[in-house]
Design a protein around this ligand. Structure first.
Ligand code: ZN
Length: 409
């Protein structure tokens, strides 16, 4: 009889006694893994006549794809927007610590900063796979400086910028390095933004609309030019108005290309968005909802004073304010807590809550053929969770990279 080794020498793992999230449903099936990828057991049985080398009892866990955080400014005392000589070690610390919150890939995010900060920090960020060393890095998210003064939120006004004669060249002069950049948040009402959106899109960089006073038609035009994301919906944009719903109106717009799906980030921490507003967004456009933490350096630490780029931030419980003001500035929420809050606030299904932190961000970045699902041949980045969606263990490329002390399999 042919052995397991006919195709590959790698060990075959069979995760049993679990419900796995596949095709938008929790299904009582086993999860098979080989060489860091999800394996199709039918091919294994019938084509290779193979079987598992190692069986693991998941103790009735839910298995979901690893979470993907496309907006995280730092955490555990690290602020990605600070220009140090050793950005790598800060990113490494955060990437290691977020494993316990179920994040297996992320986009380190920089808030509006002087050009010198981008010039120093961006060359030190490299796209890399995850593993025992920490979550994978999908590329940087640059939020600003091409945003609206009126909706600057926690961004320092002094460093905001506009597109002048150079348009895209102005952006290039500001950031200098685009190799590692995955997402740029900008305000679409700025003059010459259309050219910039088209050029970023042409280069495969995702354009997100945010910190903006754009009306709906300006937002629709930006989408027609290639924008696909909205940065933290409701926060730092015009409030919904029935005669001109602004960027929020993109959720139900019929003036955008028919096959184009607009995604939108939600900070589901119970602070940034009232649960009723979260429900409105979710019910209007469930397939576009992407949970983000927008976490800052204070995430994972005791309340106190921390930085967000050039600003000082006061953290009090789950509230984060620019020191001496009531301006919200990022969150201290973790991704797993955002998933649980979203589930509770909207009354959605467990599947829906999990997909908002995995499938949807993967689709936004166009990487759903590799990450964000448990489909066959995808990267075996996944989580074991209990029924209340607390993370029991985190796996990257089939390898356990974190687990609760009390959970052994
Ligand atoms: Zn923001």
């Amino acid at each position: 009889m042919p052995s397991n080794k006919s195709v590959s020498d790698a060990q075959i793992f069979q995760f049993t006694n679990c419900r796995i999230l596949r095709s938008h449903q929790l299904q009582r099936e086993d999860l098979w893994v080989r060489e860091g990828k999800i394996l199709n057991p039918e091919k294994l049985f019938f084509d290779e006549k193979g079987s598992a080398d190692i069986q693991l009892d998941c103790k009735d866990s839910i298995i979901a794809p690893g979470f993907i955080d496309v907006q995280i400014n730092g955490g555990f005392g690290v602020d990605f927007s600070l220009a140090t000589d050793d950005v790598q070690s800060g990113i490494s610390l955060v990437s290691q610590k977020i494993l316990s919150h179920g994040v297996t890939s992320f986009c380190p995010t920089l808030v509006t900063s002087p050009p010198a900060v981008y010039h120093k920090v961006l060359p030190q960020i490299s796209i890399r796979n995850g593993g025992p060393h920490g979550a994978g890095i999908l590329g940087a998210h640059l939020e600003g400086p091409f945003i609206s003064k009126e909706k600057k939120g926690a961004h320092p006004e002094h460093y905001l910028s506009t597109f002048e004669l150079g348009a895209f060249q102005d952006l290039l002069a500001t950031y200098r390095h685009l190799d590692c950049v995955r997402i740029v948040t900008l305000a679409p009402e700025m003059k010459r933004s259309s050219e910039v959106i088209q050029e970023l899109t042409r280069r495969g960089i995702c354009v997100s609309l945010g910190h903006s006073v754009a009306n709906l038609s300006q937002a629709e035009e930006a989408v027609r030019h290639g924008a696909t994301f909205i940065t933290h919906l409701f926060n730092a944009m015009l409030p919904f108005h029935h005669r001109d719903p602004g960027i929020v109106g993109l959720l139900t717009s019929d003036q955008i290309p028919s096959r184009r799906r607009v995604f939108y980030g939600m900070i589901s921490d119970g602070i940034h968005t009232n649960p009723a507003a979260l429900r409105i967004a979710h019910r209007a456009h469930p397939k576009g909802l992407v949970l983000v933490t927008d976490a800052i350096a204070g995430m994972g630490l005791a309340p106190g004073r921390h930085t967000l780029g050039q600003q000082v931030v006061e953290v009090d419980g789950l509230n984060t304010y620019i020191a001496g003001t009531r301006t919200l500035s990022g969150s201290v929420a973790t991704m797993d807590s955002c998933v649980r809050h979203f589930l509770e606030a909207t009354g959605c299904t467990v599947e829906t809550a999990l997909e908002a932190a995995s499938l949807h961000p993967a689709q936004l970045l166009g990487i759903e053929h590799r990450k964000g699902t448990l489909n066959y041949d995808n990267d075996a980045d996944f989580l074991l969770l209990d029924n209340s969606l607390h993370v029991r263990a985190t796996y990257i490329a089939g390898e356990r990279v974190w687990s609760q002390d009390t959970f052994t399999i």
